[in-house]
Design a binder for this molecule. Structure first.
Ligand code: BTN
Length: 254
């Protein structure tokens, strides 16, 4: 029986600073406020139900109660290492899945983790600035543990871990594994090993992609990635276009 309560989570994560909310609008917003008030690196905001979760590209991200890992962790990277946060999120979630025995784990550029081909999580890193000074980053993650997508529009795209792996999971255990991997990679953010761990799981290379960047559509074949996580796309004219994760509006399931 899973005990997803503040006390239980706090005990499991000690001595980490954490805030647990049975219900929240958006953990990213709560973490951004906390960051601005001086929260330390590694402090984490967790909720059991998110009402106004934000996804990429201005989309919403609703999560029903008791079904997912919903968290935002505060990191304090250098400005130079900012693009690496996207990699960190996807790699840490992939490793958590592999540690519990998942075998078919891939990353869809830039940071969607796919389990058995379906999207199992959403990752939303958001930098918090004070003028041109970086205060820190909020790394938001929503991981589908047991969301039933059968009656939703997402049924063909999204998956949850429990039904795919055919086992019951304890979200506190998942959280513990995940945060250890985040802690590890946040200490190795600028190292080649993070890039390698991301690239080796990347499914997008060799695929046809369509990406909108600064109002311009880029269509072509994803040929490579560089160490800042940008995708190098060969377009119809044979030219290489460099697409930064932050600029991407969509990438098609080609
Ligand atoms: C995506 O669109 O793929 C990213 C979704 C990110 C959702 C997570 S859930 C925790 C955190 N709080 C939010 O409001 N969004 C992120």
């Amino acid at each position: 029986m899973e005990h997803y309560t503040s006390d239980h989570i706090q005990q499991a994560l000690a001595p980490r600073t954490m805030r647990f909310y049975p219900q929240a609008d958006s953990t990213n917003d709560l973490a951004a406020e906390w960051l601005a008030q001086g929260a330390s690196e590694g402090a984490v905001v967790i909720t059991n139900e998110q009402l106004k979760g934000r996804g990429r590209l201005g989309r919403s991200w609703y999560t029903p109660p008791d079904t997912a890992l919903i968290l935002s962790i505060i990191l304090r990277p250098s400005i130079a290492a900012l693009p690496r946060i996207t990699m960190l999120g996807a790699v840490a979630i992939s490793e958590m899945l592999e540690q519990i025995g998942a075998t078919d784990v891939r990353i869809k550029w830039p940071n969607d983790v796919l389990l058995a081909g379906g999207k199992v999580c959403g990752v939303l890193p958001e930098a918090v600035w004070n003028g041109d000074r970086l205060q820190g980053v909020v790394l938001g993650m929503g991981i589908n543990v047991r969301i039933d997508f059968s009656e939703t529009d997402l049924v063909r795209k999204a998956v949850s871990i429990e039904p795919i792996m055919n086992q019951s999971l304890d979200r506190v255990e998942l959280l513990t594994i995940l945060l250890k991997r985040i802690d590890y990679w946040s200490k190795h953010l600028e190292e080649e090993t993070l890039f390698d761990a991301w690239k080796v799981r990347l499914k997008t290379l060799g695929e046809s992609v369509r990406i909108e960047q600064n109002g311009q559509l880029i269509a072509g074949v994803a040929e490579a990635v560089d160490s800042l996580g940008a995708l190098l796309v060969r377009d119809a004219d044979g030219a290489i276009q460099r697409v930064l994760a932050g600029d991407v509006l969509f990438i098609d399931e080609a």
